[in-house]
Design a protein around this ligand. Structure first.
Ligand code: ADP
Length: 317
């Protein structure tokens, strides 16, 4: 019966309606690649590949009921055959499910069929800050104010919901059509269960790992502040602060807090990064302190950026 239903739906996609009123170009979606969510009776068509992660392949998918385009994270059941792998995905879903904020990738639904599990998310068509930096090498300070301002708002919301993200990095910061930044990938995130709780381990390897996480001293929300400092550094300087040829050397540098900021960076940016990259987690700034930092008030702070900024430096009037 499901097949019949799907076919009825598909025949409704007349070739005359290739571009519908929402500007969705239906010819970008393969009518032979059908994904069916039996829990909500929703049919999706699969479109172009957006990216690959550790477990998932992420595609643009078109909901034929609403004509909306989402990002579908598709995870083959073969790849998550061990119970702990599946638990990890369920935890990611559970943590992200109820979050709703402009700067956090919105969760839409979760279901499975015989072959895959599917996580349906808000579509961020302009990819991650990694792609932007690949083209641009470094960003201007006004742009960094724009991105950091939005990221801090997203992290504030996440922390307010007792969640530590634990893997804030350029690849997990996505851009939508409108150039809004959205925090993605709750695969290493955790919920703080009681005030003052310290987490001892992370199940996985965070990219911008804070020293207290590395040394298993017990960590909490300030680990995300450290990562934001690394993100800000990477956007301005073009590579992360502790990057070396080997993970071992990088970890030694993190432990010794050994990094340098090039002299062409403004004193305000230097000062804010230094505060975020403090070895002692309790001494790092709070998110509100970051937002009221001088870095944001000295110099231009755009409230919108043009999509052309993905490829070329902006010229501010
Ligand atoms: P994994 O959990 O397996 O590591 P990710 O969450 O990192 O998978 O997703 C893999 C890739 O898919 C990302 O690097 C990104 O390029 C892309 N992607 C993930 N979520 C979205 C989204 N909501 N919109 C657009 N692209 C996305």
């Amino acid at each position: 019966p499901h097949i019949a239903m799907k076919e009825a739906r598909l025949s409704a996609v007349s070739p005359l309606r290739r571009r519908d009123s929402k500007g969705v170009n239906i010819s970008n979606f393969d009518p032979n690649c059908i994904i069916y969510d039996s829990t909500t009776d929703t049919t999706y068509l699969r479109g172009k590949l957006l990216g690959k992660g550790g477990f998932a392949r992420c595609y643009e998918i078109l909901d034929l009921n609403s004509n909306k385009v989402y990002a579908g994270k598709i995870i083959s059941k073969h790849r998550i055959s061990r119970p702990h792998q599946r638990q990890k995905i369920m935890r990611e879903v559970e943590l992200q499910r109820n979050l709703k904020h402009t700067n956090v990738v919105e969760f839409h639904s979760f279901f499975e069929d015989d072959e895959n599990v599917y996580i349906v998310l808000e579509n961020c068509s302009r990819k991650s800050l990694v792609y932007m930096l690949k083209h641009r090498k470094t960003l201007t300070e006004p742009e960094v104010r724009y991105y950091m301002g939005q990221l801090v708002e997203g992290v504030k919301y996440i922390h307010h919901h007792d969640i530590i993200h634990r893997d804030l990095k350029l690849g997990n910061m996505l851009l939508n059509d409108n150039m809004d930044v959205k925090i993605a990938d709750f695969g290493l995130a955790t919920r703080v269960e009681f005030e003052g709780e310290k987490k001892m381990t992370v199940c996985g390897t965070p990219n911008y790992i804070a020293p207290e996480v590395l040394q298993k001293r017990g960590h909490s929300f300030p680990a995300d502040i450290w990562a934001l400092g690394c993100v800000m550094y990477a956007l301005l300087v073009g590579h992360p602060p502790f990057e070396t040829a080997t993970l071992k050397e990088t970890y030694i540098r993190i432990t010794e807090n050994r990094y340098s900021i090039p002299n062409w960076i403004s004193p305000q940016a230097r000062n804010l990064m230094t505060k975020c990259l403090t070895n002692e987690p309790e001494l790092r700034p709070t998110l509100d302190e970051i937002l009221s930092d001088e870095f944001f008030s000295v110099g231009h702070y755009p409230n919108r950026l043009s999509p052309s900024c993905c490829m070329n430096p902006p010229r501010f009037e």
